[in-house]
Design a protein. Structure first.
Length: 371
């Protein structure tokens, strides 16, 4: 089915190869066959716009020697996508699909494999961070919202570097795998890279999109999970997810007195009163800020210094860690709590609406069948 040009506008920029983006047209997102010819692969994508509305576009990408073309079947919706809704770029970075075409140098996956693709599209493999296993901090990485503005997971497919796709373990549902590619990856990086020991008291503030995954994964890793939420209604769910204790925080009765935790994951509101966390964290403990905020956050340095508490950022994870997460989740049957929507313009608009209204329990996953 040929795409119908409805209006002429400036193409999305492709910072990787200016010749890769051959044309951009506007058409309905439909389940059409991908078109692979000498001009490249035509890909239907859902994009943001300066007005904040979702726009349907078609881009064309060439398949490089180390690239794969993936037909998208599922995509998670992340709060980070909201930050890019007012930009002229493809949206989505928690994708799962089926490999349909591979470049001549690809050996890591084959046609027909189910794979995930996430926040990072490519790493250099040569810088000090890559060579030390921290390729999520690659100095030359190409990441969502920073490069390659014409590809994303809210699409009928994508061309992706083969070194940055992740085989989905057999038997593990693609709908559960999608939220792990960003939300799960950020939580997993925190839980596995910071010398947390089995039976350590690990606190999770905020039981929502990130927090429910943090509880499930931390419990499966053998940590003693303490859940904090401003809503008493979350108590039962938190305990079902694997928490051993629940406390309402902030408390309506002032300061809460508990045995402090050694590690505290901030997974809820970005507007954090750090002073209120002092009673929750043990001496020489750590606070990990996983939620994304663009606002300045005041921190009372003196009392934190007196207790030896460190504050650390956690943002996605390395390629190796992400593959380990998928295998761990499959082995331990970790199932994110999800709500399903169709992978269409209307479906994405509905999911965004519910996300803004706080109506998602707890990750939105958009879905259509492989083509």
């Amino acid at each position: 089915m040929r795409s119908t040009r409805i209006s002429q506008k400036t193409p999305i920029r492709d910072c990787d190869n200016p010749m890769a983006l051959r044309k951009t047209t506007y058409c309905p997102l439909s389940k059409q066959q991908s078109i692979l010819d000498r001009n490249g692969i035509q890909i239907e994508v859902l994009c943001g716009s300066p007005e904040g509305t979702i726009v349907e576009k078609v881009t064309t990408r060439r398949l490089g020697d180390n690239d794969v073309f993936i037909e998208t079947t599922h995509s998670g919706l992340c709060g980070t996508d909201e930050h890019f809704l007012h930009r002229d770029q493809a949206l989505g970075h928690e994708g799962v699909g089926v490999v349909k075409h591979i470049g001549s140098s690809v050996t890591s996956v084959k046609v027909g494999d189910r794979v995930g693709f996430g926040f990072i599209r490519r790493v250099c493999g040569r810088c000090d961070n890559c060579l030390s296993g921290c390729d999520n901090h690659c100095r030359g990485k190409r990441a969502y919202g920073q490069h390659d503005f014409d590809v994303g997971s809210f699409s009928h497919g994508t061309v992706w570097n083969a070194d940055a796709v992740y085989p989905i373990p057999d038997g593990y549902d693609s709908a559960y795998a999608a939220p792990l590619l960003c939300a799960g990856a950020s939580v997993w990086a925190c839980l596995t890279n910071n010398e947390i020991r089995p039976s350590d008291r690990v606190g999770v503030v905020g039981i929502g999109s990130l927090g429910h995954l943090a509880i499930k994964l931390a419990a499966a890793l053998g940590y003693n999970v303490v859940a904090f939420s401003g809503s008493e209604r979350k108590r039962e769910e938190a305990l079902e997810f694997g928490a051993s204790e629940f406390y309402r925080f902030p408390s309506t009765q002032g300061r809460i007195r508990i045995k402090p935790v050694k590690h505290l994951l901030l997974c809820g509101s970005c507007d954090v009163d750090y002073a209120s966390l002092l009673d929750l964290v043990d001496t020489n403990g750590a606070i990990y800020h996983i939620s994304v905020t663009l606002k300045p956050t005041p921190i009372p340095l003196v009392p934190f210094g007196q207790k030896g508490i460190r504050i650390q950022g956690c943002f996605i994870t390395s390629r190796r860690n992400l593959q380990e997460l998928l295998e761990f989740a499959a082995r331990h049957i970790i199932k994110p709590t999800i709500m399903n929507f169709p992978l269409t313009k209307d479906g994405l608009e509905e999911a965004f609406e519910k996300l803004r209204a706080g109506g998602i329990r707890y990750r939105a996953v958009l879905e259509h069948q492989a083509l």
